[in-house]
Design a protein around this ligand. Structure first.
Ligand code: GAL
Length: 644
């Protein structure tokens, strides 16, 4: 049993019956039941239909939808419907619409049109959430609450006067006095000394580069402001339905929101993932984000949205070729999801998403897409027993939002090319290629259970960070540079990590676009550093160019420092893994080994242990062949999994 009361794996998608005449609903639920759908996400954008006029509710249609779903054995992931305020609210209170950094107030006509700090919006959203919860608290279809939708998708920040007030309140709590703020923001630079909090504004478009400490606080504030909005709805749901799990759909690895903080407020982590079928490597980046989702609570999560085939929001929307939808779905399960849900159930006839694929395409049951839906439904039934199983990883990758926000502040860095996702992937991709299970972790949690802890970047670093590591520690470039106020540590990088790593960074040495720098540990791009070794040994040196012969990788005891962005930085470590052919992914959940062939040719793999493939019910051992874009879910005979 997973996080909801629905047994087995969850299967279904966003269901928008309000876009269709009621005659169609009967066919919807009949086909859902035929495909094995057991959950539908409903009412995500339904505010204007549920409350067409202030305080006047129209529940009838949603009552009938929920009844129909329940009669067909389908549970509801019921939204609080607050993702788009209705036109009447926007016209009565134009100030609920967000304002961009240049001061333009955005217009109604899309979705997510709200200022995260608007008290008017919050009051109305909470009122609606209460009304929805009171109405449906005892409905037998209700299995999960879906608050709003993809926070920060369109609206991460707003620069209106209300947001400015909210920002000042947030700053007041953080700093206590204007002098403390001046200190933290280093306002002696460029003459920004404030004498009152009232003089402080959000970082709107300014004549030149904005104070980077202010920018980092703004990023923290924006994440917190949306979380406050989420929290306001959540408390109402908690009060009325204490036993129904609450989620909001995340957007994979998102710069704008600190998901560690967010996940702590949820019962179940859910994610929306849209890897680009046109990118042959997209399954690697998406695996990393799935591992983050699992790591956020160290337990199973839910893929709440994915595309059955093409999306409709890229410049060119390439469909998923045969087999890919199934393979990508199994990949989410492999990385800890307890189900596979899609956007959306029935392909829209109108609106911006009319060309977005769906489980039931425009062409109906005659289509390839529908056959894919049916097949996946069967597979998920065969895999029901994996629901609730957990994942063990010996390797942890550190992801720290403060560092990310500091690192990617525009206009004031040694290089704007050093991007956190790229750094994470440079470590993750080679581990993934060897079937090594990886957790994501915070720098301030207990890391003593991991054999290897890798911090691809820890730009903003405190003295406590990483002290609990007992295994091998690897710290990537441009780490330990600044404190939480974005002030450079005394003595420079790696600041509080200097004694641990036994080195000092003399000078950052970013590489020009397109340039590479050879090292004895492989080729570096984007970034290098001039290192002085104190009491560390040199593991690899730079070769050629201005840094010729200087240390590139160092080691003191169990702590490595890698001063550049290497093609395969894992080569310096000895992390055991599986010998997998290109394109084959291997991941474990307890004693279930998922082998996924992302390639378009058959691949041979030697199984680490015999077992039964749950997808074909065949017993397998030794060398096996996996067809192109096919998968094996091996239940190993032994209960003691062999972790790579
Ligand atoms: C998500 C969103 C859905 C739908 C989907 C299309 O970002 O939550 O409502 O728009 O994208 O890919």
């Amino acid at each position: 049993m997973g996080a909801t009361r629905v047994p087995g794996l969850l299967f279904g998608g966003d269901y928008n019956p309000e876009q269709w005449p009621e005659e169609v609903w009967a066919e919807d639920v009949r086909l859902m039941a035929e495909a094995g759908v057991n959950m539908a996400t409903v009412a995500v954008f339904s505010w204007s239909r549920l409350e067409p006029r202030p305080g006047v509710y129209d529940w009838g249609w949603l009552d009938r939808v929920l009844d129909l779903l329940h009669e067909h054995g389908i549970a509801a992931d019921l939204a609080t419907a607050t993702a788009t305020p209705p036109p009447w609210l926007v016209r009565e209170h134009p100030e609920v619409m967000p304002v961009d950094a240049a001061g333009t107030r955005l217009e109604f006509g899309s979705r997510q049109g709200y200022c995260p700090s608007s008290p008017v919006f919050k009051e109305h959203a909470v009122r609606l959430a209460r009304a929805v919860a009171e109405r449906y608290k005892d409905h037998p279809a209700l299995a999960m609450w879906h608050i709003s939708n993809e926070y920060a998708d369109h609206t991460l920040e707003c620069f209106c006067p209300e947001s400015a007030r909210h920002f000042r309140t947030w700053l007041g709590k953080r700093y206590g006095s204007i002098e403390a703020l001046n200190q933290a923001w280093g306002t002696s630079c460029w003459g920004q000394h404030y004498t009152s909090l009232d003089q402080v504004e959000p970082p709107r478009k300014a004549p030149g580069p904005v104070n980077p400490s202010q920018l980092v606080d703004w990023r923290r504030f924006c994440s917190d402001a949306l979380l406050e909005l989420f929290g306001a709805e959540k408390s109402v749901l908690r009060e009325i339905t204490p036993d129904i799990p609450v989620t909001t759909n995340f957007m994979s690895i998102l710069h704008g929101l600190d998901y560690w903080k967010w996940a702590a407020e949820e019962d179940l982590v859910s994610d929306d993932a849209y890897p680009d079928p046109a990118d042959p490597e997209s399954h690697v980046a998406v695996a990393l984000s799935y591992d983050l989702m699992r790591s956020l609570k160290r337990k199973p999560w839910l893929l709440l949205e994915s595309a059955p085939s093409a999306v409709s929001w890229r410049e060119v929307n390439v469909p998923k070729p045969p087999g890919m939808m199934r393979l990508h779905s199994l990949q989410a399960l492999a990385h800890g999801s307890d189900g596979v849900m899609f956007f959306q159930w029935r392909q829209a006839a109108y609106g911006p998403e009319k060309f977005h694929s769906a489980m039931l395409p425009h062409g109906g049951t005659a289509t390839r897409g529908w056959q894919d839906t049916l097949r996946l439904g069967r597979d998920l039934r065969d895999l029901a027993e994996i629901a609730g199983t957990t994942t063990k990883a010996d390797v942890a990758l550190i992801l720290d939002w403060d560092s990310w926000w500091g690192l990617e502040a525009p206009e004031s860095m040694p290089s704007n090319r050093l991007r956190l996702k790229e750094l994470l992937l440079s470590w993750y991709a080679p581990l993934h290629a060897r079937g090594v299970n990886v957790d994501l972790a915070r720098p301030d949690e207990d890391l003593s259970g991991y054999r290897v802890v890798i911090a691809p970047n820890l730009y903003m670093c405190t003295a406590e960070s990483l002290r609990t590591v007992t295994g091998q520690l690897v710290v990537g470039p441009f780490s330990g540079v600044v404190d939480p106020n974005d002030h450079v540590h005394p003595g420079g990088a790696p600041g509080p990590l200097a004694d641990l790593l036994g080195i000092a960074v003399d000078e950052f040495w970013p590489l020009p676009d397109g340039a590479t720098q050879e090292t004895t540990a492989g080729t570096a791009r984007t970034w290098a550093e001039w290192i002085r070794v104190q009491d560390a040994e040199v593991v690899a040196t730079y070769q050629g160019g201005e840094l010729d012969g200087l240390p590139a990788v160092t080691r003191k005891g169990n702590a490595y420092y890698v001063s550049c962005l290497l093609d395969d930085p894992t080569a310096i470590l000895s992390i055991e893994g599986l010998d997998l052919p290109d394109g084959v992914e291997a991941t474990r959940r307890e004693n279930y080994l998922f082998l996924l062939n992302h390639a378009t040719t058959p691949k041979k793999v030697i199984l680490p242990a015999p077992g039964r493939d749950l997808l074909t019910q065949q017993d397998l051992e030794g060398e096996i062949e996996i067809a192109p874009r096919d998968a094996i879910v091996l239940k190993e005979s032994s209960d003691t999994p062999v972790y790579p």
